[in-house]
Every structure is written in C-alpha cells, then in structure tokens.
Design a protein. Structure first.
Length: 346
C-alpha cells in the first residue's frame, strides 16, 4: 500500500466512524468557550522582580528582556491547553493556533491560580490527564483500524487497553526525559565550565551541542514515530514497541519518511488555513470540526501504514525462518545417511 493509498484508507476509516472526532472537537469547544485557567497574578509578581538593574551589561539586559517577554506570554496563557499535550497528543486547533484563547460567543471568565504550589500541582495534573485523554483518543483510532483490517484478531477490553496505553505512554515520556537529561547535563556542564575560562569557546560548545541534540531528536522522532501504533496494534510494552517502530522504519525507510514528512506538511499547512477561518464564530466552529477530521485521518493513516508494514516484516521473518529450518534439515546427518542408504539400495 502506497503513501497516498494509506492516507485515503485512513480517511475512509474515519468517515465511517465519526465518533472518533469527539475528543478533539469537545476539547477545542471547551478551550474556546469554557472558563480560562490562568496564572497571570503569579507571573506578574515574578516579572516585577526582573526589572533591568541600572548599569547592567547589554547581554544581561537582553536576557532579562527575553525572560520578561516569555513571562508575558505565560501571563496570557490558558493552562487548559495542557490537556492537548502528550505523545502523540490530541490535535487541538485552539492549542495550536491560539493557546491564549480566541474570542468566543460566550464569556466564561477566568479562574486564577492562587499560589505557585497550586500552579505546579495543576500543571502536573493536567499533563497526566492530557496523556490519559490522548490514550483514549489513539486507542479508539487503533481499535477502529484493527476492526477494519484485522476483524478476526483478538482484542483486550477497551478500558484495560486505555489504562495500559496510558501507563506505557507515561513510561515513554519518562524514557525520553531521562535520555535527554543523560545527554544534555554533561555537555551543559562542560559548556558552562569552558564559558568561565573562554566565553567564545563555551558558546561554541553549547551551539554545537544544540545542533547535536537537534539531530538526535529528529532521528528519534523518525525511528520511534510508530511506537504508539505498536503499543496498540501489537499490545506490547514500550521497549518492544520502540523496537518494532525502529524496525518498521528501517525496513521501509523512504516510504516511512515520506509518510512522516507528508503528515507534518499537511498538519502545518492546514493549521495555517484554519487560523485564517477563526475571524468569526462560524468560521472557528467549522475550523474545529475540519481540523479534527483531517488530523484524525492522519493518525488513522499512520496506524494503517504501520499495520501493513509490520505484517510484511513478520511474513518475511517467517519465510526466512522456514527456509533456515529446511536448510538445517537438509544438512542434518540423519538426512544425509538416509540419502546414502537410498543410493546403496538402488
């Protein structure tokens, strides 16, 4: 199955199961018209203490101004967008196009977080719930793909599969975080020490490290792209899913890379189109529904591609194993002796 055929098959699966759009659509409607969750008060208190002191160097002043800009963005942010966070995450139009919110026909107000401890707790809780929602979303799509292309395959109950996927995705995020820390901390320490001796050399090391981390991140994003698909399709733990994903990509590198690039191009390009439609409530409502359909179809296409290429890989492995066993049987002493006996009898 080619890339275009895979995309078409993904949209056919979604067109017959519109309920798969429920989570991204409902989440976007909540982010659009529901009450906002902000930390403006906490951020403004922090920003006051970051005023540029008199006599500060140009570099320090630039760094403080950049920090203040980031804090200003946080002051306008809506923490509910963290519900769309995760691997692979929920394709939320509001979170991607306007995380600070869009003008809504209903004024729902803003809930302000009282203190820093509450803010940290809410952020962690929303991230956990976001991964859970993402698990429900992808399990629904993966189950629909299996029902379409593997109707006789045994399946675990939906709730158990969601909880299992949730745990595996959290473990996946933890593995990525630990790997990033393991690689970044030594280079950051080295760059910091060199910066104390020679700032130019220290910045050069940090820039080189940034390029290296970018290359490693792209490599991991490509080879582990189908890890979530493997968790649901194969029902395996995350380490085995990472192994399956890497093998599928390695054995189908150019088609897999083409699909991944096409998915990213479609996602980015369509988000630009949806952004232009958010000038009115009706345009925003249409953009939310269209974004959910396009994005969910892309997720379904990735499941179909993985399932097709994984089955090919397993078929090739079984054929190679069968050929190896036949070759071993042909080389066994008993087989050779029987051939000699048959020759003597004749």
């Amino acid at each position: 199955m080619g890339i275009i055929d895979t995309l078409s098959a993904g949209y056919r699966v979604i067109a017959r199961r519109w309920w798969l759009l429920a989570i991204p659509v409902l989440l976007d409607l909540f982010l659009w018209m529901g009450p906002r969750l902000g930390i403006a008060g906490l951020v403004r208190d922090l920003a006051v203490s970051l005023n540029v002191p008199a006599g500060a160097s140009q570099e320090m002043a630039g760094a403080l101004q950049q920090t203040q800009y980031i804090l200003d963005q946080l002051a306008r942010a809506n923490l509910w967008v963290l519900l769309a966070w995760g691997i692979p995450g929920i394709p939320s139009l509001i979170a991607a196009v306007a995380p600070a919110g869009l003008a809504a026909p209903i004024a729902a107000g803003t809930i302000q977080v009282g203190n820093a401890l509450q803010a940290v707790g809410l952020v962690l809780a929303l991230m956990l719930v976001g991964v859970l929602l993402s698990s429900v979303y992808v399990v629904g799509i993966g189950s629909a793909v299996l029902q379409e292309y593997e109707p006789g395959a045994s399946r675990r109950p939906f709730g158990r599969l969601v909880l299992s996927t949730w745990g595996q995705l959290l473990l996946f995020l933890l593995i990525i975080l630990l790997a990033a820390l393991m690689f970044s901390v030594p280079f950051l320490l080295l760059g910091g020490l060199l910066a104390l001796v020679n700032p130019a050399v220290g910045m050069g090391v940090l820039n080189l490290f940034s390029l290296l981390m970018l290359a490693v991140g792209v490599w991991m994003a490509v080879y582990l792209f189908f890890a979530v698909d493997s968790i649901i399709i194969n029902g395996v733990h995350i380490l085995r899913a990472m192994w399956n994903s890497a093998n599928v990509v390695l054995r189908n590198f150019w088609p897999a890379l083409g699909l991944i690039i096409l998915i990213q191009v479609i996602s980015v390009g369509m988000s630009l189109i949806w952004k232009e439609l958010t000038f009115s409530p009706w345009g925003t409502a249409f953009a939310i529904l269209a974004n959910a359909f396009i994005s969910t179809g892309l997720v379904a296409a990735s499941f179909i591609f993985y399932l097709d290429r994984f089955k090919r890989w397993q078929t090739q492995q079984q054929a190679a194993l069968l050929a190896w066993r036949r070759w071993q049987e042909g080389q066994s002493p008993t087989h050779n002796q029987n051939n000699q006996d048959d020759g003597e009898d004749s």
